[in-house]
Design a protein around this ligand. Structure first.
Ligand SMILES: C[S@@+](CC[C@H](N)C(=O)[O-])C[C@H]1O[C@@H](n2cnc3c(N)ncnc32)[C@H](O)[C@@H]1O
Length: 268
């Protein structure tokens, strides 16, 4: 059975997203996407609103940004934390019609499609109507999410792969969605398609606090929710999570995850 609930849901999710979002990285990605002054932008699945705030700054003077998320808690957090900047936030499900919002110069979807293994392509098709002719769609997601490590114990790596396989089957999560983005944009007939790959995680040596908090939270929530039985450990999940925390702290561990950005223009 596939659950229709956001995999990372937790009381701390808005904070996790706020802490892990690096403004410099978002700024670079948004400038690559073509964010420029005067644009009307939609940030779909905006989370804590930090990306929305950054997009809002980039389109000044004269631009505006709307952040949409289906979580009331995240939209409340976004309004309180980033609302004063001028960005607007609404509770919306991006699988539904968004025709009442009008049309945008740039639609930005970062780290959302990975939660929709079966519907991601339909979501992209739904978004097309939000764009003006000539408008830009920018999709950003990870590939091989949390799965590339060296220096972790073999049973720990098996556990991580076990979690992801379960999440694919039962939670509609797709850790390899990054590689699909180009085809999504190609299939909707967009022009001027461009793709960029950069490291999202590149972790070696001592851990920064924000990296430790975000990665550990991810493994904790995904590990518990996956229902994977962790046969590699006599005490199941508890043993796995304890070993993860200890091994991940080792400065010898090497971890990376590529982030893929794909943009294209709606034909005029
Ligand atoms: C991993 S966060 C990404 C947040 C932000 N885009 C970023 O780059 O940091 C995914 C967000 O998408 C939201 N989301 C997931 N499915 C959604 C849907 N169908 N409609 C609207 N928001 C959705 C979740 O509530 C969550 O806040």
């Amino acid at each position: 059975m596939v659950e229709d609930i956001y995999l990372m849901e937790s009381d701390e999710e808005a904070i996790r997203l706020d802490v892990k979002t690096d403004p410099e990285v978002v700024c670079r990605q948004a400038m690559w996407a073509g964010a420029a002054s005067g644009m009307r932008v939609a940030d779909l699945g905006c989370g804590s609103g930090k990306t929305t705030k950054i997009l809002h700054e980039l389109v000044q003077p004269g631009g505006s940004v709307v952040g949409l998320d289906f979580s009331e808690a995240r939209v409340d957090f976004a309004k309180k934390t980033h609302g004063k900047t001028g960005a607007h936030f609404h509770v919306r499900d991006i699988r539904d019609s968004m025709a009442d919002l009008g049309q945008f110069d740039l639609v930005w979807v970062r780290f959302v499609l990975e939660y929709y293994r079966t519907e991601s392509q339909d979501i992209v098709r739904n978004i097309v109507s939000l764009l003006k002719p000539g408008g830009i769609l920018c999709l950003i997601d990870l590939d091989y999410n949390c799965l590339s490590h060296y220096g972790l114990p073999t049973r720990l790596e098996r556990g991580m792969h076990g979690i992801m396989a379960r999440l694919e089957q039962h939670a509609n999560f797709y850790p390899y969605v990054g590689r699909k983005l180009y085809a999504f944009v190609y299939d909707i007939g967009f022009t001027h398609i461009d793709v960029q790959i950069t490291p999202h995680h590149l972790i070696y040596g001592d851990l920064e606090n924000s990296v430790e908090f975000n990665f550990t939270k991810k493994v904790e929530i995904a590990g518990k929710k996956s229902g994977y039985p962790f046969p590699e450990y006599p005490n199941g999940y508890t043993g796995f999570f304890e070993e993860f925390k200890a091994s991940f702290k080792s400065p010898r561990r090497f971890t990376y995850t590529p982030v893929i950005c794909c943009k294209g223009r709606k034909p005029k």
